[in-house]
Ligand binder design. Structure first.
Ligand code: BES
Ligand code: ZN
Length: 630
């Protein structure tokens, strides 16, 4: 941990503790986290926030921020409204990371505050003495150019090349790098914001956005529903809007506007189908923001405005399950929210289950079946490679950075568990259960234990012939997947297996495989299930027959490039270099860096690509991959 002390105001150390003591305090938090494996875990305690919501809770934020592209900082203030949970609470603890706090005031008077030493991944606690009168105070501050939750892009790093671009990514614990707040998913806030930028640019937020707002450089937002901090989001760029349906539209740089609107044209149908089965949509509009390719995730469910990677614009809607996924979070995640990062599977597992259901409703059973088989295979890859503790749904994350623990487990294992419940009690009954669950916990943050208690009460008791708490606890607290779990099957993949086997046996030339009607999913299944080692002759035969090195589908290209690295197929390397330099989505680039780092020659290639790409990568992508090139 760094021992940088950031007591920015002289009176900052007038609190009960002195500065040196606060360093000790930060150190002891780290020690506590590190030695925690041996002590018992406190369910519902957020081990990733310094804040004290059990004493005082923030309830509303009023942001006023100026976007400074030259300095790469956000400067301004936040008005924080709070509620005393304990009537005698006299201090509030907020999370920050790399923030410079210049002033804290209430009722026109300075408040005493103290910024503790920075922990390596949790940031620094900001303790403020509460005003004796009123329920609000103001913090004046600015961010650092290195803020972990903000990416600043130069005009050259955008599609249009003329205007700069900025976007935030708060999940899991990065909101604290651009707003001082209680950065815990169990604290919900409403917010208002004024964002000041150049009139050439448009700002959008995870809030009510008016597509017809005058482009004057001063943009006002309101998020009237209480949301957890990880859903606060901002983007600024040369953004334009196109409607896709009555409640859906897309924001993106103008050069891609039409392509994006065409690719995601089914968003409105997805919204309607989801509402029909899982209850009313709570958030008014559902728009998409398409980011530059450096966006480190596939998508992020920022309420009313999902943030989406452009790497899924394939031209044939083959990768739009991502949209179904981010939309589904409007139910699972944004209205019913995980209380701590240990409970992430409540967000991602439910959402993955809902994604499959939406895909089935909108595109049919064949598409659903293929996606479910691919998901099951991704899960198996993680079960085969992750340590047992990291295969547990309700994972113990004490002392760990949530960014380092990202895997398919909360997603696909969570979804498979729910699929089993569905199969055991029947779909109609399970849908009723889910409808009730979303209603019961609407706008609440809940723990795994709360879900399990609800499940026992509303489903297990009524179906004790097919459901047992013992098996449910095995799903949630054991590694792997319990024996007898559902096994997704797809007929469309049977013929792919057959073609692959015939080709591998030398009975069929690649050019004679009947791929005419193959979908992206069949291609992925074809490639992902090749043996680990193929000969150069086999690789060139595949490439000559199907032009895989040139594939414009980023998922297919990913699978092919990974095979190419693992088999040192040099003709694919120029494309590999371009791919790594152009795309910052971690799920697509990390496996490639990892595979390259396994050989000395590969490492040299990885170093070259990383050095060229680094300035354009998001801080999270840099952090996740820099270890491979050292
Ligand atoms: N909320 C997640 C992204 C996330 C999770 C960010 C945990 C930080 C910590 C988002 O909804 C997501 O799951 N994205 C996936 C989409 C995919 C599973 C369809 C992604 O980005 O790959
Ligand atoms: Zn998700």
């Amino acid at each position: 941990m760094t021992t940088k002390i950031l007591c920015t105001a002289l009176f900052g150390c007038f609190l009960l503790m002195g500065c040196s003591e606060s360093v000790k305090q930060a150190q002891s938090n780290v020690d506590e986290a590190q030695s925690s494996a041996s002590t018992s875990l406190e369910v519902g305690k957020d081990y990733h926030s310094f804040s004290n919501p059990e004493q005082v809770k923030i309830s509303n934020l009023g942001l006023d921020l100026t976007v400074d592209f030259a300095e790469k900082i956000l400067t301004g203030s936040v008005d924080v409204d709070f509620v005393r949970v304990m009537p005698n609470a006299d201090k509030i603890v907020l999370d920050t990371r790399d923030l410079t706090i210049t002033k804290v005031t209430a009722n026109g008077h300075d408040l005493a505050y103290e910024l503790a030493a920075q922990d390596s991944f949790l940031g620094a606690a900001l303790t403020i003495v509460l005003p004796e009168e009123g329920n609000t105070f103001k913090i004046e501050y600015h961010t650092s150019p290195d803020a972990s939750g903000v990416q600043w892009l130069t005009p050259a790093q955008t599609e249009g090349k003329k205007q700069p671009f900025l976007f935030t990514q708060s999940q899991a614990i990065h909101a604290r790098s651009f707003i001082p707040l209680q950065d815990s998913p169990q604290v919900r806030v409403t917010y208002q914001a004024t964002i000041r930028t150049s009139p050439d640019l448009l700002a959008v937020m995870s809030a009510a956005n008016d597509p017809n707002t005058p482009r004057d450089g001063v943009y006002e937002f309101a998020m009237p529903q209480p949301i957890p901090s990880y859903l606060i989001a901002l983007a600024v760029g040369d953004l334009h809007f196109k409607a896709m349906g009555e409640r859906t539209g897309v924001y993106v740089e103008p050069a891609i506007l039409d392509a994006a609107a065409a690719e995601f044209a089914d968003t409105e149908s997805m919204l309607i189908a989801t509402e029909k089965t899982f209850g009313p949509y709570s958030w008014d509009r559902y728009d998409l923001l398409i980011l530059p390719p450096s966006f480190p995730f596939g998508g992020m469910e920022n309420p009313r405005l999902s943030f989406i990677t452009p790497t899924v614009i394939a031209g044939d809607k083959s990768l739009v399950s991502l949209i179904a996924h981010e939309l589904a979070h409007s139910w699972s995640g944004n209205t019913v929210t995980n209380a701590t990062w240990r409970d992430l599977w409540l967000n991602e597992g439910f959402t993955t289950y809902l994604t499959y259901r939406i895909m089935e409703m909108v595109y049919g059973e064949k598409r659903y079946a293929m996606e479910a088989v691919l998901g099951r295979q991704d899960l198996q890859a993680d079960i085969d490679s992750l340590p047992a503790n990291d295969q547990i749904l309700a994972i113990d994350l004490r002392g760990r950075d949530p960014d380092d623990v990202f895997s398919n487990i909360p997603y696909e294992k969570g979804a498979l568990f729910l699929r089993e419940l569905e199969q055991k009690v029947g779909r109609a009954e399970f849908d009723q259960f889910l409808l009730g669950y979303f209603k019961h916990f609407n706008f609440q943050s809940i723990t795994t234990d709360q879900f399990v208690a609800y499940l026992e009460d509303k489903l297990v008791k009524q179906h004790s012939d097919v459901l047992s708490m013992e098996r449910i606890n095995a799903w949630i607290h054991s590694a792997g997947v319990p024996e007898g779990a559902p096994e997704p099957q797809s007929d469309a993949f049977a013929l792919v297996d057959q073609a692959r086997n015939e080709w591998l046996a030398g009975n069929l030339a690649a050019k004679d495989i009947l791929v005419g009607e193959w979908t992206t999913h069949q291609w992925l299944y074809f490639l992902n299930n090749m043996p680990a080692k193929l000969s150069q002759v086999q690789l060139s035969e595949l490439d000559a027959a199907f032009a895989l090195t040139q594939s414009r589908n980023n998922e297919i290209a990913h699978s092919w490039l990974l095979m190419s690295v693992n088999n040192w197929y040099e003709p694919a390397f120029p494309r590999l270099h371009d791919y790594l330099v152009h795309i910052g989505r971690n799920k697509l680039v990390k496996p490639l860096y990892k595979a390259l780092a396994e050989t000395p020659q590969g490492k040299v290639m990885a170093q070259k690509a990383f050095a060229e790409a680094k300035d354009g990568y998001h801080p999270l992508t840099v952090k996740a991959n820099e270890g491979f090139v050292q």
